[in-house]
Design a protein around this ligand. Structure first.
Ligand code: HEM
Length: 226
């Protein structure tokens, strides 16, 4: 009886301490695109239609950090800007099966002012992730650029929504795409993330830019659970 009481007390304490609360989905801000998209490593006002800030706290092995993701899409292409709190590598992975496995990864850094953006695929739960071309696939990042400023790295890139490469995920306008992200303070991509990592949902706009029904606030229970 005593043991049961202790377990109940512990459960109550955990519930009210906030330790078991699910993190809120980050707010997605929306605006009209008023500018042409340009791969210049600078996120201009009006260049993207959606934006969200993904954050991860300091914890063992991680200094803590954030990544601002801005995006827009039309019927054919996805335009992305990743702005992470690091001067090392930053990455976005599309649709992992679980953990990092089977995610279609964009892994990027800026080396002496020049952006390096790799089209990769993760074959195991915690890596390895390898360039698609080494797995028999193709490099499908069409245009990219990057810059570094005030301890942050910005990468802009374009890729097709649909891909014939089996190491790329294909998307449709209006789709809610599950993502993972990670930051390292080391530009060496063989080094594991040590700043932050996390997950999220990237809601693509429907044809004509009509707001997707999948924005946070109107997520289905399954989408909320990631
Ligand atoms: C050198 C490359 C990488 C290595 C060795 C690596 C290794 C690992 C390991 C060991 C974990 C378990 C948690 C931990 O130890 O902190 C983990 C988790 C994770 N990694 Fe990576 N990783 C790498 C790159 C990436 C990249 C590029 C991404 C993002 C696209 C990523 C996203 C994640 C996420 C989201 C988790 C948490 C998974 C979960 O618990 O659900 N990792 N990684």
């Amino acid at each position: 009886m005593r043991a049961i009481n202790a377990v109940l007390l512990l459960a109550l304490l955990l519930t009210f301490s906030g330790c078991v609360e699910r993190p809120e989905a980050p707010a997605v801000s929306e605006q009209q695109a008023t500018e042409e998209w340009k791969a210049d490593g600078i996120v201009n006002e009006g260049e993207y239609t959606r934006s969200m800030l993904l954050q991860a706290p300091t914890r063992q092995g991680y200094s803590g950090g954030d990544m601002q993701i801005s995006w827009r899409n039309d019927e054919e292409d996805l335009y992305l800007a990743l702005n992470g709190s690091t001067l090392g590598w930053l990455a976005l992975g599309f649709e992992p099966l679980e953990w990092m496995k089977d995610s279609d990864i964009i892994l990027a850094s800026v080396d002496k002012g020049t952006a390096v953006v790799l089209d990769e695929y993760c074959t195991g739960n915690y890596g390895p992730h390898i360039e698609d071309t080494m797995l028999g696939g193709t490099d499908d990042i069409q245009e990219f650029s990057g810059s570094e400023s005030a301890g942050r790295t910005t990468i802009e890139l374009k890729r097709s929504l649909q891909s014939s490469d089996r190491f790329d995920k294909s998307f449709s306008p209006g789709q809610a795409v599950s993502i993972i992200w990670a930051l390292s303070d080391n530009p060496d991509i063989s080094q594991k993330h040590d700043v932050a990592y996390g997950e999220g949902i990237l809601s693509l706009t429907r044809a004509g830019g009509v707001a997707s029904a999948s924005l946070p606030g109107s997520l289905t229970p399954i989408e909320k659970d990631g």
